[in-house]
Ligand binder design. Structure first.
Ligand code: ATP
Length: 239
């Protein structure tokens, strides 16, 4: 069973803009999958449609076989999201952000505490646990968003431009960490404009342009198909 199956997804925004024009794709369980494409291609809309922040006009989405709309709660609980826009509640502390999120997904209190502790440690946020998120730097906020995405132990992680605006050191440490998560069996869907990041991390890639999938395949197959030396050349040939 695939981790994620998207079939014929269409989304028109209120202003009449067709952001997704019949997108279909399948992400195998355990894959490190990259969704690449220019600004406005529909990457965030696709992610938001799956997590129901932008209800699509039509199409079907399943997460490990659960219908993302009809069985929203079960499907959504299996997904962790680090959104493109920083969306932390500025009135909560770092620790409260994690616990609140865990509570929302029904994680039992003791387990949530333990998991939050582990993630605060992992993301070097222990000293900041009592700080309100509004007082943190951009890179720290990214770390909190990461920890928050993982606090309910999801099976699939959606990372929407997770390393935009972070320094080199944090970027490399996030790369190491998400690679570790993937090796531990977590399915990862990453969007990024840094093509070297996709080259470094992703096994499989889909290129989206104008709300349609323009190419999809393993990194190696795509390079061969497009006579390209790297992901950047594939991208430039397709988009
Ligand atoms: P980027 O790489 O710039 O983040 P993206 O591939 O994630 O882009 P989306 O953010 O999904 O692209 O946007 C797809 C299209 O939908 C764009 O033309 C965008 O202007 C439009 N769009 C996105 N959100 C809305 C909205 N809330 N209302 C109207 N149009 C929107």
């Amino acid at each position: 069973m695939p981790a994620l199956r998207v079939e014929g997804l269409k989304k028109t925004y209120g202003n009449g803009l067709l952001a997704l024009d019949g997108v279909s794709l399948e992400v195998e369980a355990g894959r490190f999958f990259g969704l690449l494409g220019p600004n406005g291609a529909g990457k965030t809309t696709l992610i938001n449609s799956v997590v129901s922040l932008a209800r699509p006009d039509s199409g079907k989405v399943t997460v490990f076989g659960k219908d993302a709309f009809a069985e929203y709660k079960e499907a959504r609980r299996m997904i962790g999201v680090s959104p493109q826009e920083i969306n932390l509640d500025k009135f909560l502390t770092v620790e409260e952000s994690l616990l609140y999120h865990a509570g929302y997904y029904g994680v039992e209190k003791k387990k949530a505490k333990e998991r939050a502790e582990e993630l605060l440690e992992r993301f070097a946020l222990i000293d900041k646990r009592k700080a309100r998120t509004s007082t943190l730097s951009g890179g720290m906020k990214r770390r909190v968003m990461f920890a928050r995405a993982l606090v309910h132990d999801p099976k699939v992680l959606f990372l929407d431009e997770p390393t935009a605006g972070v320094d080199v050191e944090l970027r490399y440490s996030l790369w190491r960490y998400i690679r570790e998560l993937n090796r531990g069996g977590m399915t990862i869907l990453l969007t990024t404009h840094y093509l070297e990041e996709a080259e470094e991390l992703c096994e499989e890639i889909a290129l989206i342009n104008g709300g349609r999938i323009a190419a999809q395949g393993t990194k190696d197959d795509l390079k061969e198909e497009y006579g390209a030396r790297n992901v950047e050349e594939v991208y430039l040939r397709v988009v």
